[in-house]
Design a protein around this ligand. Sequence first.
Ligand SMILES: C[S@@+](CC[C@H](N)C(=O)[O-])C[C@H]1O[C@@H](n2cnc3c(N)ncnc32)[C@H](O)[C@@H]1O
Length: 421
Amino acid sequence: MTKSNVNRGREKLLVNDIHKAKTILKNINWNFYQRSTFSPHEVHPFNCRRHHWYPATFVPEIPFTLIEVLTLPNAVVYDPFAGIGTTYFQALLLNRKPIATEICSVAVEYMRSLFILFNSEITFDRLKWDFKEMRKDFNPRKDYTSNVPKNVLIDKLRPWYSEYTLKQLSFLFIKEASCSDKAMKAAMQISISAILKTVSSQDRGWGCIADNVLPKQKQVKDKEVFDLFNKHVNRLFKDISEYLKYVMYGYDSLYKELSEKQTIFHEDVRECKEIPNNFVDLVVTSPPYPNMTDYVTSQRLSYYFLGFDLTDRDLEIGARSRRARKDSIDRYLEVMQRANEVTSQKIKSGGYACYVMPAFNMDNKNNSIRRRIVQKVLSSMDEYDLIKEEEYERILPTIRRSHNIKWASLEREKIYLFRKV
Ligand SMILES: C[S@@+](CC[C@H](N)C(=O)[O-])C[C@H]1O[C@@H](n2cnc3c(N)ncnc32)[C@H](O)[C@@H]1O
């Protein structure tokens, strides 16, 4: 790691009074049917999942509201299970200092690339023009697949795409690897990674990709890559430039300060050595739920593109792929407790932790078991000095529930607010 670590040392607690905060939080409609109007500024939540498909991300309104109500500017906001950075980027836009840990390398790269693009000095119109021009170099008769950069695992990617689709992708892999403009490279990496699943011939959802179910010969079809890629890049630039118009005073100097440090760590939360103890003002997180999702292997195609090793999955808490193991639920409890113990050590005394956790119905045996285990995780928080202050319930939007059969039975989730004694 070339950059210095987050600053060490004991800092002042930068949180709002618990009683005042609770009065505000009690009156929030956590279903967020309408855009939050709480913010006195024009800054509003940034939706990371508009720019990359990743399972079970939370709506940006949740961390945005919690950060704004519970902390003061410059507070340190940490997400131990950061995913694609929904908490990280709300904290950044609200002039707080974000930190993230995450084991999925693809999610870590996404956050790092997105951070590069949140720089108000970037001229997005010039980049848009460069992307439009780039496509003109593509020659459909040329074989690009044999010239892809060494890190791209082209033989692993081959069975998922038609020859023509892979040729277009290979052209983009080559362009991305040779790109010397930092912002352009970041935008390419995000957008290539984001479209790999859609342009693959496996159209039966992320579960098949996670389980390595290759498309059958009759499923293989040609897909147009460039239109989708350009659509992604343009949406990314449009959204970020729109958000950067409304950042608050002090954003640019905070961004510069953060650029000189490493704040996004590829680390197992249970080990987390990069973040000093008693350093964080607020944790906002949604931990993996028991046996419901395979975060790492669902991103298999992006792992092959980026040349990363899928062994990240060995560190994944709550993985769906381990659901058939007899001890998977007990193991979930054990590892979540360890994760919470370490996370609590990072929080300053008087700081807060907000956990978004599932509220399972008792409608079937599996859900009853999951509900019991989640309750155990939550009731053990006080062993780590995290005392529950409040809980808020929200109804999950149907779009998220329709995503997979296991999510379909999950109608509600709760936001738990703890205070570190
Ligand atoms: C529910 S998702 C978080 C999504 C995030 N809130 C967002 O909106 O992008 C849970 C995340 O925990 C990560 N995770 C699982 N085990 C982990 C571990 N041991 N250490 C760090 N992160 C882990 C998963 O890879 C996944 O990205």
